[in-house]
Design a binder for this molecule. Structure first.
Ligand code: PMP
Length: 291
């Protein structure tokens, strides 16, 4: 895997990059992160990612040591040090840093800021053309009184366990329910259904990550008169959905044609999903235009 890594301002290739075993990010998963992608080689919606990073960090009593411009400069430098062309995947990690093996935040005073850049893994075109199957897994999304799902935490074991079930079933993603039994989000993406022309996604208080792409889909929909709304979704809604799709930074919009054993709608990517995808790409390219 080719990667370029910036550890606290020092750029190396991925194979050489290292961090202390006493970093709390390693010891406890005590840190937060963002996954950013480029369009036209420029970070997309950077300000929104920084806002969310700071909100995640504040929830664990951690502060980013750099201002937004400082982080942006490091990202640009790390991208420039890597592959000369193509879109980039950027993982920005902020951890408690090195200290005693202790839960006391005061015993680790210098946060670690790591930026991993690698080529953006493109979603295979056939996934957009034919849609994907996802599993409805038994792993429950974190209770909001546990590690709140709004914290984009480096502690991803719950998500990894959910995805392991999907991988065992040979599907693309793991759709989870929340502690109340409502559908909530996938292991690495937000979840939408389409019914009667309206795209519906679970509300924030269902306990989920407020996806940057999820929010962007509301704006994209508004621009082309496709209604997008929040709604509590349950298993039964899968039976009445005309379409379904997932959203994430790296995957944009991926049509879902099957959830577990249930076929969604006509079993192929639907018109609302594909219209939103086309408009999302058009808007992203326009926002990150270089000339
Ligand atoms: N939910 C979870 C649990 C995720 O890990 C992700 C991916 N970051 C998302 C949703 C999608 O968020 P975004 O659109 O900001 O990438």
């Amino acid at each position: 895997m080719s990667a370029t890594v910036n550890v606290n301002g020092t750029i190396t290739d991925g194979a050489t990059a290292s961090i202390s075993v006493f970093d709390r990010g390693f010891l406890f998963g005590e840190g937060v992160y963002e996954t950013i992608r480029t369009y036209n080689r420029l970070p997309f919606l950077f300000d929104r990612h920084m806002d969310r990073l700071r909100r995640s960090a504040a929830r664990i009593d951690l502060a980013c040591p750099l201002d937004d411009a400082g982080v942006h400069t490091r990202i640009i430098e790390t991208i420039a040090a890597g592959a000369a062309e193509g879109e980039a995947y950027v993982r920005l990690l902020l951890t408690r840093g090195v200290g005693d093996i202790s839960y006391d935040p005061k015993t680790a005073t210098t946060p670690s800021l790591v930026i991993i850049v690698k080529p953006l893994p493109e979603v295979p075109a056939e996934f957009q053309a034919t849609g994907v199957a996802v599993s409805l897994v038994s792993v429950v999304r974190n209770h909001p009184d546990s590690v709140h799902p709004a914290i984009k935490s480096n502690n991803l074991l719950n998500n990894a366990l959910a995805m392991q079930q999907a991988l065992q079933e040979g599907t693309y993603e793991a759709l989870m329910r929340n502690y109340q039994g409502d559908l909530v989000e996938c292991s690495q993406s937000n979840f939408f259904i389409v019914r009667d022309g309206t795209a519906l996604t679970p509300p924030l208080d269902a306990g989920l990550l407020e996806g940057i792409t999820r929010n962007f889909v509301f704006e994209v929909g508004a621009a082309i008169d496709v209604p997008v709304a929040e709604a509590v979704l349950q298993d039964g809604d899968l039976a009445t959905a005309d379409e379904a799709f997932l959203t994430s930074t790296t995957r944009e919009i991926v049509p879902i044609v099957k959830v577990g054993a249930r076929t969604i709608g006509a079993g192929q990517p639907g018109p609302v999903t594909l219209t939103l995808l086309a408009e999302l790409r058009r808007t992203a390219a326009a926002l990150n235009r270089t000339t």
